[in-house]
Design a protein around this ligand. Structure first.
Ligand SMILES: O=c1ccn([C@@H]2O[C@H](COP(=O)(O)OP(=O)(O)O[C@H]3O[C@H](CO)[C@@H](O)[C@H](O)[C@H]3O)[C@@H](O)[C@H]2O)c(=O)[nH]1
Ligand SMILES: [Mn+2]
Length: 769
């Protein structure tokens, strides 16, 4: 264990390394040739030329000017609020104060978000240099793929991810793939066995034709035939796919197939997801001379791991799975770099390992780097990203800024870690860590059965009892976002991290395809994040003197997601309530005070539209993003917030609702047509529909005054509230359609519509009374 030393300070100088290099990367050269080496030598390039460069984003001055002008607008709004508060005893005084508090919250949060956008940097790697300097010394990589349920994470999808990882452009003898199956399913094991056979054809094929992406299903979905070999590989894949599909739909492995591998013995007594012994099967043993591809070359190692599960033990979800893999892999290959991916996140770029190595092997600047995080992108998004799952601004802007403050977050998938830092090592200046050759690969002599049995002990429930696993060692326990809290504690041990976003996306996964699933996923994140904020790991306390203040505050941008719910809830309900009750909360349209409100409003949305468009989104996509912004805050964040509070007083316990990676045929069709999916009862929908209806009723009431009573004064006084109401209605159009106009299975259940209508009418009745 590495946890010995405790005082770490963050050297300011090292938090920002910006090299100002002019030489463009040599894009055309292929890195595996020694020719390039000689060529570059000829040009007189020194051997310690950095392996990556860092650039500041453009347009920062413009952004800063914009932020300053917005800050002025916001200040004026606060002045207005403070100076125009209704006197004691007047109606609406408390509602006004409440609105002021909501605005103060928005202001605080806005300040944090500006920090997170202040200074984005991007990195660029020089892989050809890595290759000619270190091709023979590249460190080994253990790749962890986590899966948990063969029904919502189909084995076929998982093995596509595995195959894409096996085909990385990296020496195969230096790769080992570990699949953790928390579903403990023989269907998964069977699919993996099939994959281990197919890989013998697939890996050499990928390398010979340099194809991308290297997930067979993603590749064949778009590729056109090259030659006979291509067609034969495709046929092999289709046959395998059919066998796996048939087995999956049958729900069990046939007797014939069982005979093909000793591993199936583990399931002889049946299988139970929550109660079974540890199962470790080495499917491709790299020491085995038979384990070669069709060209006679080595293959990456492949290991199936289902850690022991017993009902009386808490298994700590993905964090527990990761820690079991860390231990099992340390017994088998013990490679110094660990890449971990979710089972749906296939590799879309065969050079990602080399990209990451440019950071770990750079002579001057690699020392402090603990992990390299790639963004999470999805390949099942529709054109206008109806559920706003692309997270473009986070991936392309915010994480770049965090990087410049000393470290991007660890977000659980697509991340390369040093094994030792993940296991709790503290950064210290005197340990030289870059001796990769020495750390490389484990030589084992025991037979496969002996190793498998030893690994079973490492993957048993009781192994971690009374140890530091889940605390100081490995991935942390007790938090639905194990990734964020683990990354934070690595940074607090003195390390920094890198956010790398190459042009060709490194990983592509699946995002939720229904509204409810999206909201539930966001709930898990916001809940976990907020839990960290309230715990001893709050970056402002835990990170004090360990990570830069700017990074501490940036963390809060995410950790406080959940806390946004109250101000937002207030803003979409109280102004409408006051519109009904005839209480004015904003300046008159004819007053000068109207201007800062208008400026801040227009400025904010114009900026966000511009940013969204510039990052490659569509205008419709932006509009959808605004809707989801609202829905997440009104439901996910609210439920996340409440659950953290309930948990802290012992009412509920933490869970991990796995996001489904499959959907019903008709629901999928609606998703592809960008029709919003409701189709289930959930208190989240009750909240959304009630608020949507309240706003309609209050808007109708407002219009009635203006039109029927031709009360123009009324409009002047309550104009902003009417506009607000109107906008809320516009953004909710898909919701009204789902409630009243659609008849398909994805429409709002009538019970929800009924309950919400009653609630909304009650709410309005109270306001009018
Ligand atoms: O008990 C469990 C639960 C989940 N998983 C795996 O964890 C991964 C992530 O689960 P998913 O339902 O897809 O969650 P997402 O919200 O998509 O995942 C994001 O958020 C998680 C934290 O909430 C991180 O762990 C993930 O890496 C990150 O991609 C999947 O591969 C699961 O198979 C397990 O191995 N065991
Ligand atoms: Mn996922």
């Amino acid at each position: 264990m590495y946890v010995t030393n405790s005082c770490i300070t963050w050297k300011k100088k090292t938090t920002r390394h910006l090299s100002c290099m002019t030489e463009p990367p040599n894009k055309t050269s292929k890195h595996t040739h020694t020719v390039t080496h000689r060529e570059s030598k000829k040009m007189g390039e020194p051997d310690d030329f950095p392996l990556f460069e860092t650039k500041l984003a453009k347009g920062r001055i413009l952004f800063k000017l914009y932020a300053a002008s917005m800050a002025m607008g916001i200040c004026l709004i606060c002045v207005y609020r403070a100076t125009h508060t209704p006197e004691k005893g007047k109606t609406g005084r408390y509602l006004w104060i409440g609105l002021f508090m909501a605005e103060l919250w928005f202001t605080l949060y806005w300040l944090i978000t500006q920090l997170v956008r202040w200074n984005p940097v991007t990195h660029h790697t020089f892989k050809e240099k890595l290759s000619h300097r270190y091709e023979n010394m590249l460190p080994g990589v253990d790749i962890f793929v986590c899966t948990a349920d063969p029904v919502i994470e189909p084995p076929l999808m998982v093995i596509n991810t595995v195959l894409s990882m096996m085909a990385y452009d990296y020496p195969p003898e230096k790769l080992n793939i570990y699949v953790s199956d928390d579903g403990g399913s023989e269907l998964m094991f069977y699919a993996l066995l099939e994959a281990s056979r197919f890989s013998k054809h697939w890996v050499p094929f990928c390398k010979r034709y340099k194809i991308e992406p290297r997930s067979p299903s993603a590749y064949f979905a778009h590729a056109s035939p090259i030659n006979n070999e291509w067609s034969s590989i495709k046929n092999k894949y289709e046959e395998m796919r059919k066998r796996i599909d048939d087995t999956t739909s049958l729900g069990k492995v046939t007797e014939e197939m069982r005979k093909e591998h000793k591993g199936f013995q583990e399931w002889v007594l049946g299988s139970n997801k929550n109660d079974h012994q540890a199962i470790i099967q080495i499917l491709i043993d790299q020491r085995d001379p038979e384990a070669r591809d069709t060209q006679g070359k080595s293959l990456p190692g492949l290991v199936y791991v289902a850690r022991e599960k017993r009902r009386e033990w808490h298994h700590n979800f993905k964090a527990g799975a990761m820690n079991a893999l860390i231990r099992v892999s340390s017994k088998i290959s013990n490679n110094p770099i660990i890449l971990n991916v979710d089972c749906d996140m296939y590799s879309n770029n065969s050079e990602s390992i080399r990209d990451a190595m440019c950071f770990f092997m750079d002579e001057k600047r690699s020392e402090k780097i603990a992990f390299v995080q790639f963004p999470q992108y999805h390949d099942n998004l529709t054109k206008n990203d109806i559920y706003s799952n692309a997270l473009m601004v986070i991936n392309d802007v915010e994480f770049g800024s965090l990087d410049s403050y000393g470290g991007c977050l660890y977000i659980g998938s697509g991340c390369f870690h040093r094994r030792d830092t993940l296991c709790g090592r503290i950064y210290s200046l005197d340990t030289k860590i870059n001796n990769w050759e020495k750390q490389n690969h484990k030589e084992i002599t025991e037979s496969i059965d002996v190793i498998e049995n030893e690994c079973k002990i490492l993957a048993s429930c009781s192994y971690e009892h009374n140890t530091q696993w889940g605390k100081e060692m490995g991935v942390k326990y007790g938090c639905p976002v194990e990734d964020i809290i683990t990354g934070l504690s690595i940074q607090c041990r003195g390390w920094r991290s890198v956010h790398l976003n190459p042009k060709r996306k490194a990983f592509l996964g699946l995002s939720p395809t229904t509204l409810l699933q999206t909201l539930i996923q966001t709930k898990r994140w916001s809940e976990g994040d907020f839990q960290i904020f309230l715990s001893q790991y709050c970056p402002l306390v835990f990170g004090h003197n360990k990570i830069p203040l700017r990074l501490q505050i940036s963390y809060c941008c995410y950790l406080l997601w959940a806390a946004n719910c109250w101000a937002t809830l207030y803003y979409v309900s109280v102004p409408s309530y006051c519109l009904l009750a005839h209480i004015s909360l904003f300046p008159k349209l004819s007053s000068y005070w109207f201007l800062p409100f208008a400026y801040v409003f227009v400025g904010k949305y114009a900026y966000s539209l511009g940013e969204f468009y510039w990052l490659g989104g569509t205008v419709r996509g932006w509009w959808n993003d605004q809707r989801m912004w609202l829905y997440r805050r009104l439901t996910s964040y609210l439920f996340g917030f409440c659950d953290v509070i309930f948990k802290s007083i012992g009412f509920t316990t933490s869970g991990f609702v796995i996001t489904s990676k499959v959907s019903e045929e008709d629901a999928l069709q609606r998703y592809n047509k960008e029709i919003m999916e409701f189709g289930a009862t959930s208190p989240m929908f009750n909240i959304l529909s009630t608020l949507a209806l309240v706003n309609v009723l209050s808007f109708i009431n407002g219009v009635k005054w203006v039109v029927m009573d031709s009360d123009i004064n009324h409009f002047r006084e309550l104009g902003i509230q009417m506009v607000l109401c109107g906008l809320i209605i516009l953004i909710n159009i898909p919701l009204y359609e789902g409630m009243f106009f659609r008849k398909d299975n994805g429409s709002m259940p009538s019970s929800v519509t009924f309950q919400s209508t009653i609630l909304a009418v009650l709410f309005c009745a109270i306001a009018i009374m």
